[in-house]
Ligand binder design. Structure first.
Ligand code: NDP
Length: 282
């Protein structure tokens, strides 16, 4: 019987790192599929990032995730950027192929994969709350997936305008900004509503978006980025109004699936990953 003691190496570079649950999710799904792969959770200080990246390359890593505070800084150590990472201007996943370091962004890809389980964003009108990192990734990836219009609703105008300008300059979608200074009435023609703000995140779980909930219609898909708790106030309100809902855990799980696919070529079972996360958050 032959053995293979050489694992596929992957991991995460972040600071802090100790509370990041991704390694548990990755271990569970690697074991489920019998994949000989490791995910190493590394705490990397900003001034060590270059050495860490060169180390991963030297040790033959298939790739690694990078989280705060490295998502922009890591770009200077890479050979190329995938299209969405380039438009978003941030990298949270690096793929190493034939000695080349390629920057990807799985935030938006995870969202779109999750979205596709209920609706294809192509040709759709999207209302997006927020203009931070998660919103930027979702807007860019939805636009690249063929969304028709994206209405960005944000409290800080400059941040919202920046995102709108980027979408209009670099994608086929048409983006507009709404300054969010009063309860927002969602236009009836909207197909997909996305909360990409941090409103609803544990422990402030009763927090509500500043919207007129009577404008949520059963024809709409309502998605939340908040993974914990998965059933946010927004999703409860939306379900009460007959909308199709999608939680942030789906986005998180699909980010992991996208990363594993990029690193190993294998399509893994999201349900195993989701169950691991639910057990951890419980
Ligand atoms: P950022 O800090 O970059 O952006 C936060 C956004 O939320 C900004 O647009 C901000 O508005 C808005 N915001 C915050 N508080 C309020 C409020 N009370 N009312 C209205 N708007 C508000 O954060 P990220 O984009 O990185 O993360 C946002 C959320 O997404 C987090 O809760 C995170 O958990 C989640 N997330 C989930 C992922 C998943 O896979 N499920 C992946 C990544 C993130 P302004 O610009 O006016 O300040």
């Amino acid at each position: 019987m032959s053995h293979d003691f050489m694992s596929t190496l992957t991991g995460s570079f972040a600071m802090p790192a100790a509370e990041n649950p991704t390694v548990a999710v990755m271990d569970a799904v690697f074991a489920h599929h019998g994949l000989n792969a490791r995910y190493i959770n590394c705490e990397i200080a900003p001034d060590s990032l270059g050495n860490a990246v060169r180390g991963a390359l030297a040790m033959g890593f298939a790739g690694f995730n990078c989280s705060l505070p490295h998502k922009v800084h890591v770009i200077e150590f890479l050979d190329e950027l995938a299209p969405s990472a380039s438009i978003i201007g941030a990298v949270n996943c690096v793929v190493i192929k034939d000695g080349r370091l390629i920057g990807e962004n799985t935030d938006g890809k995870g969202f779109v994969e999750s979205l596709r389980t209920v609706v294809d964003p192509a040709g759709k009108d999207i209302v997006l709350f927020g203009a931070g990192g998660a919103a930027r990734a979702i807007a860019v990836e939805s636009a690249l997936a063929g969304a028709s219009t994206i209405t960005v609703v944000n409290t800080t105008v400059s941040r919202g305008q920046d995102l709108v300008d980027r979408i209009n300059a670099d994608t086929q979608a048409t983006a507009t900004l709404v300054h969010w200074d009063q309860p927002y009435a969602i236009p009836a023609s909207t197909d997909i509503v996305v909360n990409a703000t941090s409103v609803g995140l544990f422990p402030d779980i009763e927090a509500r978006l500043n919207i007129d909930t009577s404008t949520l219609l059963s024809t709409m898909v309502v998605a939340d980025v908040i993974p914990n708790p998965p059933k946010t106030r927004l999703l409860t309100d939306a379900a009460d109004r007959g909308c199709t809902t999608l939680d942030g855990m789906g986005m998180l799980v699909n980010q992991g699936r996208v990363a594993i696919k990029l690193w190993t070529g294998v399509d893994v079972d999201g349900q195993v990953m989701r169950q691991t996360l639910e057990d951890l958050f419980a």
